[in-house]
Design a protein around this ligand. Structure first.
Ligand code: HEM
Length: 95
């Protein structure tokens, strides 16, 4: 029996693209996530592309983020932003 990756189990490329797009749509719509929305670019399509590319590799699919942007280094990439419990909670509300 072959073991499926999480990427395969979740439904692959099309599902992840949709998930990332919907994540930022929710961030854009919810009054509760307004503070988080404000620190993101006006156009969220680039953010959705990056989240999709990251999740693809993280879930065992193609390493799209690494191909396009190099190692994720997520901690370092988030250093410019304050990430406290409010920001964490707002981020999770979109998930
Ligand atoms: C496990 C949770 C999280 C994951 C997997 C994640 C993932 C990512 C990824 C992949 C990027 C793109 C990095 C780049 O190339 O610049 C990014 C950017 C960003 N993240 Fe997160 N993130 C998380 C949590 C958070 C939280 C809690 C905040 C709250 C401050 C946050 C705020 C941002 C912002 C403001 C950007 C820049 C957006 C952009 O340039 O388009 N993230 N995140």
């Amino acid at each position: 029996m072959q073991t499926q990756t999480h990427y395969q189990r979740i439904g692959g490329d099309a599902v992840l693209k949709q998930l990332a797009r919907r994540f930022y749509e929710i961030m854009d719509e919810l009054p509760e996530t307004y503070a988080l929305r404000k620190i993101h670019p006006d156009d969220l399509s680039g953010s959705a592309d990056k989240l999709y590319a990251f999740l693809s590799g993280w879930l065992g699919g193609p390493q799209l983020f690494i191909e396009k942007h190099g190692h994720p280094m997520l901690r370092r990439r988030h250093l410019p932003f304050r990430v406290g419990s409010d920001e964490r909670d707002q981020w999770l509300l979109c998930a």
